[in-house]
Design a protein around this ligand. Structure first.
Ligand code: SAH
Ligand code: SF4
Length: 471
C-alpha cells in the first residue's frame, strides 16, 4: 500500500507560506513590484504536471510569473535525467544563470526533478555550481514552500534528495497551463527496471493514487471547464496493484468515462508486457476514451528486448497491437524506440526497421541510446560504432516519415472533430487543434474558437500535421 503524506505534514509545510508572503511584501515595498518566478520544465508530461504544482505553490506564496530568466527573482529548473543531452542542456542553462546572478545577487536558483535525484549530480552541483541555492528531488516536491523559505536563510546550497521509495502528496496548490486540457497522474514511480532506464532510480517505486482522489480531481477539472484529460503513469497498466481496493486501469478509465463534462480521455504510458484484453475492451467500449494508443516497443529484436529486460517478444507485441487495431476503429498508434542499445547489432537494427514497416505507427518517438550511471546497461560494451548508430537513426526516421505521411494522407477529405488549442505559434492567421487521434490540424478561423470542439474538413496532409477548413 502506497504511503501518503499525512495532513499534519501538509499543514506543517503550508505554515511556510506566511513567512514567504512577508518576505515578498518587503520585496514589493523595496522594488515597487512583486518578485517574479520562472519555472522551466524539461522532460516528460509528469514534469509538466509537477511544474504546474510548483507554480501553484509559488502563486500561493505571493510571486508573479515570467517566461524570461533575465527578469526572474526566482528560477526553478524542473529537470530530466532520461538522456544525457537533457542533462547537458540543464548544465548549460545553469551556466547562463551564473552570469545573470552576478548582476542580481538576490536571485534564488532552485533545481528539482529527476536529474538532481541522482547523488553524483547533486554532489556536482554543490561543489561546481555553488550559485545554485536549492536542490530537491521529486519526492520532496510537496515541501517546496518549506525548502524555499529555508534556502533564503541558508548561505550554502540546500540539498533535499532522499532516496526513499517516495510517498503520495494530495491537494497541492496548482496553476494549470491550459484551461481546456489537463494532465492527471494516476500513479507515480516504476518497478520495471528496464536495463537502460534511470526512471525507477529517480522516481521511486510504483504507487497508485486512490481512485476517489483521482475521480474527485477530474470532477473538479470538469466543473472548471476542462474537457480533455490525459491520465499519466510510467506504466498505467500497473495501476491498482498496490491498492487495497480491487481495481485496475481498465476499471479506472470506465469510472472516468462516467464523469459528466469530460469529453476526451487519453492516457500514457502502457507497457506492452501488461497491456491486454481488459484495457482494449475498456478503450473500445468507453465513448470518451480517444482512439489513440502509445505502446513503446523499444526494439524489434527479441535478443535486444531480453537484454533490455522488457519481458515481451516481438511476436507478443505485434499480437497485442493487432488485437487493439482490430477492436478499435481508426486507432492511432505511437511508440518509443531506442537505437544503439549496447548489444544491438546491425541485424537487430534491421528487425526494428521491419517492425516499423509491419506495425505502421502514426508517429514515433525515437532516441539514440544514452548511457545512464547506475543502470545495468551502462556496463555493457557497444557493438556498433557511434557513426553507424547515427546512420541507422537517420534511416529509421526516413522510413517512418514515409509511413507518417501516408497515414496522414488517408485523412484528406474526412471531416474530423477537433478541440481548438488556439492561435498557431508559427502563423497567427491560423488556429491549431487536435483530433481525437491526436493529429494536429491547422485551419483558418477566429481565435474565439479556442477551447471549442468543432468539425473541420481535412484538405491537406503533411508528415507532422494536417490542414483543414471549418465546415
Ligand atoms: N515509462 C515509459 C517511458 C519512460 S522514458 C515507458 O516505459 O514507455 C521515455 C522513453 O525514453 C522510453 O520509452 C525510451 O524509449 C526512452 N529512454 C529511456 N531511457 C533511455 C536511455 N537511457 N537512452 C535513450 N532513450 C531512453
Ligand atoms: Fe523506464 Fe522501463 Fe519504467 Fe518505462 S517501464 S520508466 S522505460 S524502467
Amino acid at each position: 500500500m502506497a504511503q501518503y503524506i499525512n495532513n499534519d505534514e501538509m499543514m506543517r509545510v503550508a505554515s511556510f507560506y506566511e513567512p514567504l508572503r512577508q518576505r515578498n511584501l518587503l520585496f514589493e515595498q523595496e522594488f515597487g513590484r512583486k518578485p517574479r518566478a520562472v519555472v522551466e520544465t524539461h522532460g516528460c508530461q509528469q514534469n509538466e504536471n509537477d511544474s504546474e504544482r510548483l507554480r501553484g505553490m509559488l502563486a500561493e506564496a505571493g510571486y508573479d510569473f515570467s517566461d524570461d530568466i533575465n527578469d526572474a527573482d526566482v528560477v526553478v529548473f524542473n529537470t530530466c535525467a532520461v538522456r544525457e543531452n537533457a542533462e547537458d542542456k540543464i548544465f548549460g542553462r545553469i551556466g547562463i544563470l551564473k552570469h545573470i546572478k552576478e548582476h542580481k545577487p538576490h536571485m534564488l536558483i532552485a533545481l528539482c526533478g529527476c536529474m538532481v535525484q541522482q547523488q553524483h549530480i547533486a554532489e556536482k552541483i554543490r561543489t561546481v555550481h555553488p550559485q545554485v541555492d536549492l536542490v530537491f528531488g521529486p519526492h520532496a516536491l510537496y515541501r517546496f514552500p518549506e525548502l524555499l523559505e529555508k534556502a533564503y536563510k541558508s548561505r550554502k546550497t540546500l540539498l533535499s534528495v532522499d532516496d526513499s521509495d517516495g510517498a503520495i502528496a494530495e491537494d497541492m496548490p496548482v496553476m494549470r497551463e491550459d484551461a481546456h486540457k489537463a494532465w492527471v497522474s494516476v500513479m507515480y514511480g516504476c518497478n520495471n527496471f528496464c536495463t537502460y532506464c534511470v526512471v525507477p532510480y529517480v522516481r521511486g517505486r510504483e504507487r497508485s493514487r486512490k481512485p476517489e482522489c483521482i475521480i474527485s480531481e477530474i470532477e473538479e477539472l470538469a466543473r472548471d471547464g476542462v474537457g480533455e484529460i490525459t491520465l499519466l503513469g510510467q506504466n498505467v497498466n500497473s495501476y491498482g496493484k498496490d491498492l487495497e481496493e480491487d481495481i485496475d486501469f481498465a476499471d479506472l478509465i470506465r469510472r472516468v468515462n462516467d464523469i459528466e463534462g469530460i469529453e476526451r480521455i487519453r492516457f500514457m504510458t502502457s507497457h506492452p508486457k501488461d497491456f491486454g484484453d481488459r484495457l482494449i475492451d475498456a478503450m473500445a467500449e468507453c465513448d470518451k476514451v480517444c482512439p489513440q494508443l502509445h505502446l513503446p516497443f523499444q526494439s524489434g529484436s527479441d535478443k535486444v528486448l531480453a537484454d533490455m529486460n522488457r519481458r515481451y517478444t516481438r511476436a507478443e507485441y505485434l499480437e497485442k497491437l493487432n488485437k487493439a487495431k482490430a477492436r478499435i476503429p481508426n486507432l492511432a498508434l505511437t511508440t518509443d524506440i531506442i537505437v544503439g542499445f549496447p548489444t544491438e547489432t546491425q541485424a537487430d537494427f534491421e528487425d526494428t526497421v521491419s517492425l516499423l514497416e509491419e506495425a505502421e505507427f502514426d508517429m514515433i518517438f525515437s532516441f539514440i541510446y544514452s548511457r545512464r550511471v547506475g543502470t545495468p546497461a551502462a556496463k555493457m560494451e557497444s557493438v556498433l560504432s557511434d557513426e553507424q548508430i547515427h546512420k541507422n537513426f537517420e534511416r529509421m526516421l526516413s522510413v517512418q516519415n514515409e509511413i507518417s505521411r501516408r497515414k496522414n494522407e488517408a485523412y484528406v477529405g474526412r471531416v474530423c472533430r477537433v478541440l481548438v488549442d488556439g492561435e498557431s505559434k508559427t502563423d497567427s492567421k491560423m488556429l491549431t487543434s487536435r483530433t481525437d487521434t491526436g493529429k494536429i490540424v491547422n485551419f483558418a478561423g477566429d481565435k474565439s474558437l479556442a477551447g471549442k470542439y468543432i468539425d473541420v474538413k481535412i484538405t491537406k496532409a503533411q508528415t507532422w500535421s494536417l490542414y483543414g477548413e471549418l465546415v
